[in-house]
Ligand binder design. Structure first.
Ligand code: ATP
Length: 324
């Protein structure tokens, strides 16, 4: 509750008080400040709806969560993680920004950046595969965003093309921080590889398992063998995503979750014929079983695959390449 009264959840209005002094008034946004439109999508615990701020006419996506359902399904913790991580990640173009939260008796509301381009997965499915130029562009934006969140002490832990949304200019916006891990002291130890326990002891069995529900294909081997997630786990997922953009399917895929996990821990995957050589080299340096031996972000940025990419703010001023 507390943060809603201060940080992101309010808008500031300049007003002149009785003494003729200009004062800033903090006004909390609420349901009545938005007009709601079409449903953009449905999750297991939420509905995402198109909305416009009645005052500014700015467009948003509002995620509406049913309180009773969340409590019943014991997802309160994940809703809080999502809110808290998004509030730590407010100044990067590659993150779906959380502008306001509010609630009424029934629901919680998250006012988010509108991503008109939908999910990267949907775009990829329409295209079947991406060419190298498109793969370079989208994966560079994803990497720049991972770099930002790691520097701010957040490990995503569930990166996959469904969680990479696209705005109206087809620029990347990463979402779904419900299973993210917040490190207590970001950048406390620059030499540490960030390995940390998953807090599995804290979680009831069913909740622990729920982080695997949906897609097993991007889970890192260390999570399966030691139940440890670290920053490098996001880079394993990043390797899977690069592979998938070029090949049209994720590297580890089998008939069921168990078989997929077996393939992952055995590093059992192959490159299709015609997979670009330089990209293959990068993927092979990311899909490494030992997390400490995986390529680190600075080295990934300098890999030949990303030749021609300018990192930092300029990456986000670039026009997205035509999909091929
Ligand atoms: P689950 O909770 O079952 O894992 P999910 O994480 O996809 O599902 P939501 O985050 O509620 O659930 O998203 C529901 C749908 O709304 C998704 O298909 C997603 O693509 C779409 N969506 C989510 N956020 C936005 C946004 N900011 N802009 C546009 N569409 C969005």
């Amino acid at each position: 509750e507390d943060w809603q009264e201060r940080g992101a959840a309010v808008s500031v209005r300049q007003e002149v008080d009785a003494n003729g002094q200009t004062v800033s008034r903090y006004i909390k946004k609420g349901v009545r400040d938005f007009s709601f439109g079409n449903t953009l999508g449905e999750g297991s615990y939420s509905t995402v709806v198109f909305a416009t701020d009645r005052q500014t006419l700015k467009e948003y996506a509002i995620k509406i969560l049913d309180k009773r359902h969340i409590i019943k399904e014991r997802k309160v913790k994940y809703v809080n993680i999502e809110k808290d991580t998004l509030n730590r990640l407010t100044d990067h173009p590659g993150i779906v920004r959380l502008y306001y939260t509010f609630q009424d008796e029934q629901s919680l509301y998250f006012v988010l950046d509108l991503c008109k381009g939908g999910e990267l997965l949907g775009v990829l499915k329409r295209m079947t595969t991406f060419d190298e130029e498109c793969t370079r562009f989208y994966s560079a934006q994803i990497l720049d965003t991972i770099d930002y969140m790691h520097k701010r002490g957040v490990i995503h832990r569930d990166l996959k093309p469904e969680n990479v949304l696209l705005d109206s200019g087809m620029h990347v916006k990463i979402t779904d921080f419900g299973t993210a891990k917040m490190l207590k002291t970001p950048r406390a130890d620059p030499n540490s590889n960030g390995i940390l326990p998953l807090d599995s002891a804290e979680l009831p069995q069913e909740e622990r398992a729920s982080s695997f529900v949906g897609t097993a294909e991007y889970v890192s081997p260390e999570l399966l063998t030691d139940k440890n997630a670290c920053k490098a786990s996001d880079l394993w997922a990043f390797g899977c995503i690069i592979y998938q953009l070029l090949a049209g399917r994720p590297p580890f895929k089998a008939g069921n979750e168990y078989q997929t996990f077996q393939k992952i821990v055995a590093l059992d995957y192959e490159f299709p014929i015609g997979f670009p050589t330089v990209a293959r080299d990068l993927v092979e340096r990311l899909l490494v079983l030992e997390p400490a031996r995986r390529l680190q972000i600075e080295h990934i940025k300098n890999h030949e695959f990303f030749d021609g990419i300018t990192w930092g703010p300029d990456l986000w001023k670039q026009k997205a390449p035509r999909l091929k």
